[in-house]
Design a protein around this ligand. Structure first.
Ligand code: SAH
Length: 206
């Protein structure tokens, strides 16, 4: 895949992340007109007016999570399912949630076709997390919030890491990493990013 060559130069250097990204073909996650551009390092439109992230940003976010093979991971913002598929190669268990039922159904079809049996996709408002499966070792949010949502911070284990873009939806946002320890939360800013907004409630298209 063309963009695999670009990943290293854009800062994705973790060997496990690179091999997970080699294993997951981005092609099936992009339907319709833009399918032929699946191998470019570009964000692309998907159904329901949403966006599949740029591969190098997927790589950097995944790397920032420092996933271990025993981890249970929550992704908020399933979208195409591409990020979740990569997480499934690195973690023990992955839950991914999206407010668009259609996107969740389409992502499930791909997970089944690829035999990714450790990913569960759920329809719901991910700003409240997934209390029935909490707590999580790692949480990744792939839509921009004004602040890291409180319920997600609460569902992060001590020793856990969360990566989330924060800022106004129509501006450049900052990707931040939150580490939770016994002493509290520690934040660091990783890089500027641009994501669709984290919206409240289920999509009315559902
Ligand atoms: N990670 C995806 C890209 C995500 S695009 C991929 O790999 O393709 C952002 C997604 O966040 C959209 O699908 C949007 O529907 C979803 N989203 C926005 N607000 C949400 C919320 N409150 N709960 C769950 N999903 C949400």
């Amino acid at each position: 895949m063309q963009f695999l060559y670009a990943l290293r130069s854009k800062g994705v250097t973790d060997a496990r992340v690179l091999s997970a990204m080699e294993e997951i073909d981005r092609g099936p996650f992009i339907r319709g007109l833009f399918a032929e551009r699946a191998y470019e390092d570009m964000p692309l439109p998907i159904n329901c007016g949403q966006t599949i992230s740029q591969p190098s940003v997927v790589g950097l976010m995944t790397q920032a999570l420092q996933i271990s093979p025993r981890d249970k991971v929550l992704e908020v913002g399933t979208g195409s399912g591409y990020q979740a598929a990569i997480l499934s190669k690195l973690a023990r268990r992955v839950y991914t949630i999206d407010r668009h039922r259609r996107l969740v159904h389409e992502a499930r079809e791909i997970f089944e076709a690829l035999d990714l049996t450790n990913v569960t996709a759920v329809t719901g408002d991910g700003s409240f997390g997934l209390p029935e499966q909490a707590p999580f070792d790692r949480i990744i949010v792939t839509a921009a919030a004004e602040d890291p949502p409180g319920p997600l911070l609460a569902q992060l284990k001590i020793g856990g890491i969360m990566v989330v873009p924060v800022g106004q939806s129509d501006a450049v946002q900052t990707l931040i990493r939150v580490r939770k320890s016994e002493d509290g939360l520690e934040y660091d800013e990783l890089r500027p990013v641009r994501f669709v907004p984290l919206l409240e409630g289920l999509s009315r298209e559902n």
